[in-house]
Design a binder for this molecule. Structure first.
Ligand SMILES: Cc1cc2nc3c(=O)[nH]c(=O)nc-3n(C[C@H](O)[C@H](O)[C@H](O)COP(=O)(O)OP(=O)(O)OC[C@H]3O[C@@H](n4cnc5c(N)ncnc54)[C@H](O)[C@@H]3O)c2cc1C
Length: 278
């Protein structure tokens, strides 16, 4: 029996092509049947998908699903971010995922805010309690953090600035997650910290993402994935077992929910969700 207070959510990125838009609509139609607590939509740091975030969120709301746009502050100004907040409010959006974002190569101007904590502060100053504000956190620590301690200090800053809950970078090491949660509790940071879950689609894609975001693929998983070669059916079956088991154990141990990085595909997330009987 799952904790009825848990929240299970899904994440999409704004599609850039008509084909991608059609694919996402199909994925959403399937995932909507699972009744996710909310659908979050990523926000491009380079400007290429900024309009896409709002357009996707508006479609999701139109389908009767709760939506939570991501908002990153890198490259933004107070004025531009104020404009985005005003737009979101006008659409009745009450939930944001506030991020720094990554500075795209070639972008000279990092904007008026340096860190996500500055953005959370700004959102609270501009809009009070209108938005439920989620922030990101990193059980295996952010790749740019000098030390785990400093990364925790910076996470604490976001929480003290007014974050309501957090979503983690994906991970496969449960101990890293619980160690992070405990370190937060020691600091009195008791907001829900929801594990971000990455279903395993292909070995190369997972390796590429993990290299970029600093999530560790344990050796035994990496070796197994590599051993499947072109046998996608076996890789998929193994990946589903690994991730379902990770989720089940996290929930049994008391995690406050799960946030699925769907990559705009419904299949793997749906199977994991159904196996867990969420
Ligand atoms: C759940 C989730 C959703 C995401 N969605 C998006 C998205 O939609 N769009 C996107 O572009 N990216 C997204 N990302 C990626 C994210 O933008 C990157 O990981 C980015 O590098 C850090 O963002 P942050 O909000 O965690 O930054 P911050 O919390 O600002 O931290 C960034 C780094 O700066 C350090 N730091 C923070 N404050 C200080 C300070 N005061 N002094 C010195 N150092 C400091 C931190 O330790 C960390 O190393 C997402 C990540 C997660 C986990």
């Amino acid at each position: 029996m799952r904790n009825p207070a848990n929240l299970y959510s899904v994440e999409f990125f704004p599609p850039r092509t008509e084909e991608g838009t059609a694919k996402l609509r199909m994925a959403r139609a399937q995932l909507a049947q699972l009744k996710p607590a909310f659908c979050s939509v990523t926000f491009g740091a380079g400007g290429s998908t900024r309009e896409g975030t709002l357009a996707t969120v508006v479609e999701i709301l139109g389908e009767g699903l709760p939506a939570a746009p991501h908002l990153s502050c890198v490259g933004g100004t107070r004025e531009s971010l104020r404009g985005v907040l005003t737009q979101y409010r006008a659409h009745g959006i009450r939930h944001l995922v506030a991020l720094r974002g990554d500075i795209p190569s070639g972008m000279a101007d990092a904007g008026e805010f340096r860190y996500a904590s500055d953005l959370v502060e700004f959102i609270r100053a501009e809009t009070g309690d209108w938005f439920h504000v989620d922030v990101a956190c990193y059980p295996e620590y952010h790749p740019q953090a000098r030390t785990p301690q400093e990364d925790l200090d910076h996470f604490e800053r976001k929480v003290r600035a007014g974050a309501d809950s957090a979503i983690t970078q994906y991970f496969f090491n449960r101990d890293a997650y619980w160690s992070f949660v405990e370190a937060c509790a020691v600091r009195g940071l008791t907001i829900p910290i929801v594990p971000g879950i990455m279903p395993i689609m292909t070995a190369t894609r997972l390796a590429r993402f993990s290299d970029a975001c600093g999530a560790e693929i344990p050796r035994w998983i990496r070796r197994k994935l590599e051993s499947f070669g072109d046998d996608t059916a076996s890789l998929r079956a193994f990946g589903l077992d690994v991730v379902t088991d990770l989720c089940a154990r996290l929930l049994d141990e008391g995690a406050p929910g799960l946030h699925f990085y769907t990559l705009n595909s419904a299949g793997l997330t749906t199977t994991i969700w159904q196996r867990l009987a969420l």
